[in-house]
Design a protein. Sequence first.
Length: 316
Amino acid sequence: MKRILVLGATGDQGHPLLTRLIAGGITPVAALRNPNALAGTEFADVETVAADIYDEASMIAAAKGMDAIAAHLPFVFDRELAQKMGANIAAAGKANGVKRIVFHTSCHIAEEDIGSPAMDGRRDIIKAIAGSGCEWAIIESRVFMDNMIRSWNKPGIVNKGIFAYPAKPDLKISWICLDDVAAFMVEALTNPDLPSGRYRVGGPEALVGDEVAATLSKVSGKQVVFKSLTPDDFASAMSLLVTGSAEVKPASIYDGMAQFYRWYNAQAISPLIVTPEEMARHFRHRPASLAEWAARQDWNDPRDPALATRLAGMAR
């Protein structure tokens, strides 16, 4: 693989993928609606192409000359929009004969509808990609360690010693960092022997909230405790932080997040676990433990380290 069309290049998940592709000697081409979206970031030299994920002709044109497509996609709360994204990616791959399409779902995908358009729409996207005629790989991550250093979480850990999350106390999660997600995506793009299919990825250990807090305490040198939030309280707090209102509007990102965690918490067996043995059957990459990832973070600074790059891209 030499040239990879990257969808979602400007977000938190896209940045590590760009970094990993460049480090691997592969040329990422960022598909952007705003051609200047990377201009104020560390990725200003990345090649770009105009593209609109909701426009088929635009996507087909953007994928011309590409060896593969790698996609991080926004959560949408209208399944018709999700279906349109999937259909347009599939059309772009088929029309240009790309070798492989790799899609990172950004969450666990249930095998049946759960009443969440955001998650259920992901399954529609997978179906479209699988029917594209291209080789394909779906990277289904668990939950991101990087959530702990975002502006809605890190200040509580650093300033108050509280790790608050909408997970019930006994919900086990194979936390994974975004850099490792990117590594799995690059391997899926470059390993010709990897069969088309869906692949669950996560960190090497499944932890409950108290175990996460204990690890953060040990690494940071300060006492951190876990606070289990209800999904609705979490969504309300997120809405208040971002919008100034604690009201969670239907079909908002906050409502969608609450739907996800209500379902996760209601399962008899956690759907957020993946074993190292399962991943090792398909991938060479070995993901970092929470302690290894946490040791790379600054637990004295409450600021989100990715915020400046994210805002630089949004400002243009």
